[in-house]
Design a protein around this ligand. Structure first.
Ligand SMILES: Nc1ncnc2c1ncn2[C@@H]1O[C@H](COP(=O)(O)OP(=O)(O)OP(=O)(O)O)[C@@H](O)[C@H]1O
Length: 266
């Protein structure tokens, strides 16, 4: 479904601030793969997501999604196929627009052939109501309220719904529960698990929680210095502990994992 071949990205080339964030990086995802990504500080995790989402073009290599070469496709065009959630619940929604309008924007943008500002039909409205009720947060009764009134967890759940209301070819989750309180984070994570499984969405999730990295999805990748240092799935991954992960990271890089947020997470 996703084929990343030998991509590299260097920021500020030729200056004292030169930094190679992705170094000859390759990764292939099968349809419905759910990959957890964990890594040291500055390993290149967000840069990888930015490269795939098209926030910039890579210096070398290629990216194909569902058989289509998207290496030089604009971010705007890729956003019709790629859903993305960030750590900040405020980043995925328009606060002054209503819940219904936010959903309509996401729905119409991803639906082929419809203008982004078409009128919201009764049929669309009932689809939004039905989807919102799945969140179990009572948002289906607040469709005409501005999104800015929602809590962080409600907003992140809505963003997840917006990113998946038209099933994306790829979903990128960049620590999307890290800014939520533990109870809300667990709820949003459960929703993520359900939606990704039911819609069979191919998904990559950056997390700083090693337990999550091992328990969610079907594959765990560890990154350091812009490269994959560990890629485990199947029986190799089953039964793996956090200690095993840390030991494998050290064996692969020659260094201890230096990400305090990971080491301090429950
Ligand atoms: N736009 C940019 N300009 C210059 N340097 C950048 C830019 N984006 C990222 N970098 C650098 O590239 C490296 C990788 O950054 P990235 O944000 O991808 O790491 P990360 O794995 O997401 O880290 P963290 O877990 O700390 O958020 C870092 O050294 C970072 O400072």
């Amino acid at each position: 479904m996703l084929s990343i071949q030998n991509i590299s990205k260097t920021f500020n080339p030729g200056t004292v601030n030169e930094k190679t964030a992705l170094h000859d990086f390759s990764l292939n995802l099968e349809p419905a793969d759910f990959v957890s990504i964990i890594g040291s500080n500055g390993a290149g995790k967000s840069t990888l997501f930015n490269a795939v989402a098209g926030s910039f073009y890579v210096d070398e290599g290629s990216i194909c999604l569902d058989g289509k070469d998207i290496t030089f496709m604009t971010e705007h065009k890729r956003s019709r196929m790629i859903g993305r959630l960030f750590q900040d619940p405020n980043s995925g929604t328009a606060p002054h627009m209503t819940i219904e309008e936010n959903l309509a924007l996401a729905y119409l943008r991803s639906s082929k052939g419809k203008a982004p500002f078409s009128r919201i039909s009764k049929k669309d409205q009932s689809l939004f109501r039905e989807r919102l009720s799945l969140l179990n947060m009572g948002l289906e009764d607040r469709m005409t309220q501005p999104v800015g009134l929602l809590s962080g967890g409600q907003r992140q759940a809505l963003t997840l719904l917006m990113a998946t209301i038209v099933t994306p070819k790829l979903l990128l989750l960049d620590e999307h529960t890290a800014a939520l309180d533990p109870g809300t984070a667990e709820k949003v994570l459960e929703l993520t698990r359900t939606i990704v499984k039911e819609e069979k969405i191919t998904c990559m999730m950056v997390t700083h929680n090693m337990h999550q990295a091992l328990s969610l999805g079907n594959r765990t990748i560890m990154m350091a210095n812009g490269q994959v240092v560990l890629d485990v799935s199947g029986s190799q991954r089953e039964g793996m502990t956090v200690e095993d992960l840390l030991a494998r990271f050290k064996a692969g890089t020659g260094k201890d994992l230096d990400n305090d947020r990971i080491l301090l997470a429950d």
